[in-house]
Design a binder for this molecule. Sequence first.
Ligand code: ADP
Length: 545
Amino acid sequence: MDSLMMDYQLTLTGILRRAKEVYPERELVTRLEDGSLHRYTYGEFYQRVLKLMQVLRAQGVKPGDRVATFAWNHARHLELYFAVPCLGAVLHTLNIRLFPDQLSYIAEHAEDQIIFADSNLLSQLEEVQDELKTVRQFVVMDDSGTLPETTLSPVAEYESLLAAQEAVEAFPDLNEQAPAAMCYTSGTTGNPKGVVYSHRALYLHSMCACMNDVLAIKEADVILPMTSMFHANCWGIPYAAVMTGAKMVFPGPNPHSAELVDLIEREKVTFCSGVPTIWNMLYQYLQTNPRNVSSLSNIVCGGSAVPKSLMQKFDETYGVTITQLWGMTELTPLGTVSQLKNDMMEWGADEQYAMRGKQGVPVPGVEVRILDNDGKPQPWDGESIGELCVRGPWVASAYYNNPASAASFTEDGWFRTGDVATMDTRSFMQIADRTKDLIKSGGEWISSVEMENALMAHPDILEAAVVARPDDQWDERPMAYVVPVEGAGDRLTDEVLYDFLLEHFAKWQVPYKGDYRVIDAVPKTSVGKFDKKVLRQQYLESRAS
Ligand code: ADP
């Protein structure tokens, strides 16, 4: 059949051009290392992206080549987010918090050719320099525009390269299926695996993110991404922001609660993204350092389960809704969003929190199903549990150069997420656990996520992690690790915790007295999630000794 509509390619170039044509006056703000704020407009940003494309061309970057970043959230990083893909090359965001051997493994696996790195992160690259065999050029990004002393070689400085180039004359024609970007999973449950995003996937994902019932990103927003630009496309927020012409405020290097809150207040931030750990810290900070954060109207939170108690605190203290998202690197990353449906607006608070505590409904474009161990689809009854599988235009169909991981993709075209979940009668998905974190006790499952959520609702508990320990009689038993709020450590005895959990769980599910530990902090992964591998390991080591 003849095609009925124009054969228009969905590429990031279209998003970039529109920002310059429609919103040239809208601002992009970055907190620099010295604490001052840098501002420029989308119009200026566009001109610099064109120059950066010419820089890349002069460096010999060809379509499909991997160009990496090793950087915090800032406007130069956004320039790379567009210049690299719009030239037909692939933007590979390296995670700045990885261990040296993971970093060199990933850079080599992706065959990165050029790395654009922040000057304050150079020592990490210097450490693994000899292992970065495919890298033929380093480019340092420094606010002063000068090249700091470094052993990296060959090395150039970003601003000088830009200053020496004219804008690229024309955008290359790109196919929407061409690779635009790539990212490796953060390795919470194993070796990092690479995911390559097409232009089409990023384009469609951006449109989805802007939908009112998804992230509702719009021109009027002032967006502060507290999720990292080096992880999972920063949840797709930068591309969606440029698509809509939203103002962006980048937190720059090493932001702490004080700086983040300062930016929210000064720039009147409306939209913020972050993992629960960050919001928890921010809330604690605000308790002792009251500031005006009334501009906030939309907080999106995910990456790990969002405790209901956290949502409640923000509702009650600041009148701002935390919307829970579930996503994965493999999904660009948006998969589900927990927005109440219209009729639920009439519900009582407890019922509403029960729904918002779930991971939510599939976003438009993503289909989900739950499979049992035999691969049989499970009913959406809120009880039948199984592995969550997804498909859609921004779901990976394979891991990059990793045949060993083929089992993650079913023959009939679904991605197996490795998450264990239920779907309820209102189509709200709830994560019970990651397959590897589920606790199997006496043949029955205990959801660590649910128990953590319950513990974190205790007024004396800041954070809680529940992991399995081996048990001779029951195979596995839950162990609870709790971080007290300041000064509450002594109150969190085994008796108190046991009795508290008994109010929410069946007796056989509740950790035995003796299986509670009060700790200073839950170990975290490179993107701020609870690192339960470490807790399990620590338990085994303590038992052995
Ligand atoms: P990694 O697997 O290395 O952590 P990702 O950042 O891609 O890398 O994490 C995706 C995983 O994070 C999901 O498979 C899921 O287990 C977890 N996750 C993401 N969002 C949520 C959420 N709202 N609630 C519970 N778990 C979540």
